[in-house]
Design a protein around this ligand. Structure first.
Ligand code: ATP
Ligand code: MG
Length: 446
């Protein structure tokens, strides 16, 4: 296994002081898989006080000390969590160990870990320590609980979500008994912290195996994100669609790039549909106004899961506009770009493309329109044409020098001028803009 120098030094120091020390968990797993290792966890026979003492000349964080964890900072900005061998027992609340119990041996520490692929330790001295066959399971792309799945999920329900999250992230299947237990526990996820649930859902959504996992574990998904219950198995009764609403949604998620805001928007974009159903005389159902309904549901869902505000806003906006019919007309596109910015515009196009791809293939020709809109928007952005007030050849001071009192009106005049430029009624030419601003001021009676 490749061990970075800083980590090797930490292991060595612990060993020099007479303790055992191993890299463990995700780092070992990811290294075996040839994936990029994000962070290194170290497990050691040294008690936390001892770890703190051994690294007294380095920067350490001791926030996790009561759980046996000391974080050692090295090379300026790298860190490793060094945790004393633990054996967890007794989870009264199905989540937090009642108290931390320490273990004598590395094997005992590994036995409290969730999955065999995460229960492998490594040190230069010992090589791999793999008492549960984790390496074999990694090679077989299998997620398997350490011990009896029901018991392990009963101890900590978050493991149910971790199992499906890893399944998507690594594109591994669950071993049969583990899978059965996941289904058995799918409706027992209440009581988990919203932040933890949200973090698992986000990582699941951005995984390569997301389509398969959303389909295979819809019981888990609808339990963790209850607003999905509405769309689960929902027959859309409309020629645009050949999938029930949940499958359409799962397709849409998988067709959009693995960026969190896009995947969340895809997941939630149609959740309001069932609330907006009307059926015409031909017996075909329609869902007018569903984007707004979905936006409200997305907002409530993301707030409940304690999603960061900025993420919540960008997801909700995409959901709100997901059904906006964009036409490949220069001025319209310029106006949209001016109002919403190019980042949002191109994100929206990505979502809309995924949405079309997840509908009835009979309507794939709509992608042509999408492409034309995309090409046109790219050329507009490339031109560098004025789309925001800051791009105008006049600014607020100019408006003030035309006799407008500093304040709200200045902004209104500038945005009126921008409208005229964006609509190509006038050119972004200083003299023309001043003339136009004067006319606006006159009209406003300022
Ligand atoms: P990643 O960091 O990519 O999410 P990871 O496996 O490192 O993957 P962490 O949450 O960092 O996951 O946890 C580190 C290790 O701690 C895991 O590999 C596993 O051995 C153990 N672990 C984490 N959470 C649990 C849990 N809920 N139950 C049992 N063991 C766990
Ligand atoms: Mg980790």
């Amino acid at each position: 296994m490749f061990i970075p120098e800083g980590i090797a030094r930490i292991l060595q120091k612990l060993e020099d002081n007479g303790y055992e020390a191993y890299v463990v968990g995700g780092a070992v797993r990811d290294d075996i898989m040839g994936r990029k290792v994000n962070d290194y966890d170290i497990t050691t026979s040294a008690p936390a006080d001892e770890t703190e003492r051994i690294f007294k000349d380095e920067t350490v964080a001791t926030l996790g000390k009561k759980f046996g964890t000391v974080t050692v900072i090295f090379d300026g900005n790298m860190s490793a969590e060094v945790t004393t061998f633990r054996s967890e027992t007794g989870y009264a609340d199905g989540r937090h160990p009642d108290d931390v119990a320490y273990a004598e041996t590395i094997e005992e520490d590994l036995s409290r870990r969730d999955f065999t692929m995460n229960a492998i330790a490594y040190s230069e001295k010992t090589g791999y320590i793999d008492p549960f066959g984790g390496i074999g399971d990694i090679n077989a792309k299998t997620i398997k609980c350490v011990g009896t799945p029901e018991r392990r999920f009963n101890e900590d329900r978050l493991r149910v979500l971790r199992a499906v999250r890893f399944s998507s992230q690594l594109d591994f299947e669950l071993e049969e008994e583990t899978e059965k237990a996941v289904h058995a526990f799918s409706d027992k996820l209440d009581g988990l912290s919203y932040e933890r649930v949200f973090s698992e859902i986000c990582r699941l959504l951005c995984g390569d195996g997301v389509k398969r996992v959303l389909m295979q574990y819809r019981d888990v998904m609808t339990s963790a994100v209850p607003c999905l219950q509405r769309i689960d198995g929902y027959d859309q009764n409309n020629y645009n669609h050949c999938f029930e609403l949940y499958e359409h949604t799962a397709n849409c998620v998988s067709y959009v790039a693995p960026e969190l805001h896009l995947r969340l928007a895809a997941l939630l974009h149609d959740t309001g549909k069932p609330l907006k159903r009307t059926t015409d005389n031909d017996g075909v159902s329609h869902y007018k106004g569903h984007p707004d309904a979905s936006e409200a549901i997305a907002f409530a869902t993301l707030k409940a899961l304690k999603a960061p505000n900025k993420l919540c806003d960008s997801v909700c906006k995409l959901v709100k506009y997901h059904d906006e019919r964009l036409k490949p007309e220069r001025i319209r596109i310029k106006k949209f770009l001016s109002k919403h910015g190019d980042e949002f515009f191109f994100d929206l196009l990505k979502l809309q493309k995924a949405d079309i791809l997840s509908q009835n293939p009979k309507f794939y020709y709509r992608l042509e329109n999408q492409n034309r809109v995309y090409e046109l928007a790219c050329s507009i952005v490339k031109e560098g044409t004025a789309l925001a007030v800051k791009d105008l050849m006049i600014n607020g001071d100019d408006v003030v020098s035309l006799g407008v009192k500093p304040g709200k009106t200045v902004g209104e005049i500038l945005s009126g001028v921008l409208d005229a430029v964006v609509s190509e009624k006038i050119r972004n030419d200083r003299e023309m803009l001043i003339e136009y601003a004067q006319a606006l001021i006159y009209k406003k009676g300022e």
